[in-house]
Design a binder for this molecule. Structure first.
Ligand code: IPM
Ligand code: MN
Length: 386
């Protein structure tokens, strides 16, 4: 029997309650798939930071990160708590994991499930079925830049990635003096190629016929100029799959007007962040939006699976939040581990429960609790056991 070792990080806000349900469903999935989980829970959260790391810029230590890296996957709830600076959970937690483990793919599928109503009129189940792939290692997310007051600034900045190291020396002389800020965006050949190729490979695997590459090369000519050039090159290796370019602003419009058009979307980091929330909204909201932060080479770096909703502190501890995004993040984790059949059944069980309509959380007009939903989906999943 295969055993997978998985780090659980419940985190803050609704994280612990939705992850509890996710784990419940994953335990049922293990029974279905004939695998076992070796769960290990980690306390990284606002509470933990306030007690043990107050004043430090990161949620975890280097040793913590090294230990996380020994697992087969990380199943993550969410971070974010008003008592802790935002940058600790984000740059020092979530983004740090993405960069540290080189999780260069951020896979954020948006599928309209049976039993869920889209806010867009007339959409039937699966009419919307988008594999949104967000580049997860560079672009305007590298965190380099400066802010100063006056007329001079001189900065040396380092960018360290698994793929490359770069140093920037930026001198600014500005007249007249005042508050000034700039931020650097980076796109490289290697990082672009690998995520674009992943998009085409996924299209092939899922028997899709089109990959839409999002950009804004008309204005940000340097970074996205390189990006679209790489897309054209990679697309040549996939003659059966169409390459479709879409400018970021127009993409937001088309996602609302004709979401059926999209199959696989590959977007640079920042546009992908924005578009994935929009895509989530078209399929019922953030309660249905899972994310996989993936390093496809399991030996090179551990991958992390999370709901994209964030910690929603307002709903913390109420057992009210919709755990489906967390459960579907578990589905992505199963796929990543090669347990495709169990992954399919998790989605099927989720859809069966939604379609039956008896168990509905508040975001979809019901009064069921977070645990009601987790219970119902795990029971259904066990019934589906082949
Ligand atoms: C997301 C979030 C993060 C991001 C934040 C919390 C840093 O919005 O996962 O989409 O911008 O990537
Ligand atoms: Mn986001």
């Amino acid at each position: 029997m295969k055993t997978y070792s998985v780090a659980l990080i419940p985190g803050d806000g609704i994280g612990p309650e939705i992850l509890r349900e996710g784990k419940k469903v994953m335990d049922a999935a293990a029974e279905v798939a004939g695998i076992t989980w070796r769960w290990k829970e980690y306390p990284f959260s606002a509470e933990h930071w306030l007690k043990h790391r107050k004043g430090l810029p990161t949620l975890m230590s280097e040793e913590d990160m090294a230990e996380l890296g020994t697992h087969d996957a990380i199943y993550f709830g969410s971070v974010g708590d008003p008592r802790v600076p935002e940058s600790v959970g984000q740059a020092g937690g979530l983004l740090w994991m993405r960069f540290y483990f080189d999780q260069y793919i951020n896979l954020r599928p948006a599928k309209l499930l049976r039993g869920v109503e889209s806010p867009l009129k007339g959409k039937k189940p699966h009419d919307i079925n988008i594999y949104m792939i967000r580049e997860n290692s560079e672009d305007f997310y590298i965190g380099l830049g400066a802010r100063f007051t006056g007329n001079k600034s001189s900065e040396t900045m380092e960018l360290k990635r698994k793929l490359y190291k770069a140093r920037f020396k930026v001198d600014v002389d500005v007249e007249p003096a005042g508050d000034f800020a700039y931020q650097i965006g980076v796109v490289t050949e290697k990082a672009s190629e690998r995520v674009l190729r992943y998009g085409f490979e996924l299209a092939k695997k899922k028997k899709m016929t089109r990959v839409t590459v999002v950009h804004k090369a008309n204005v940000l000519t340097k970074v996205y100029g390189l990006w679209i050039e790489k897309a054209e090159q990679v697309a040549k290796d996939y003659p059966g799959i169409g390459l479709d370019f879409a400018i970021a602003d127009a993409t937001t419009m088309w996602l609302v007007r004709r979401p059926e058009h999209f199959q696989v979307i590959v977007a640079p980091n920042l546009f992908g962040d924005i578009l994935s929330d929009l895509a989530a909204a078209t399929v019922g909201g953030l309660g249905f939006a899972p994310g996989g932060n993936i390093n496809p080479d399991r030996k090179a770096g551990v991958s992390m699976f999370e709901p994209i909703s964030g910690s929603a502190p307002k709903y913390k501890g109420l057992n009210k939040a919709n755990p489906i995004a967390q459960i579907l993040a578990g589905k992505l984790m199963l796929e990543h581990l090669g347990e495709d059949r169990a992954a399919e059944l998790v989605e099927q069980a989720t859809e069966d429960i939604l379609e039956a309509g008896k168990v509905r959380t508040f975001d979809i007009g019901g009064t069921s609790t977070c645990s009601d939903m987790g219970d119902a989906i795990s029971e259904r999943l066990l019934q589906l056991k082949p």
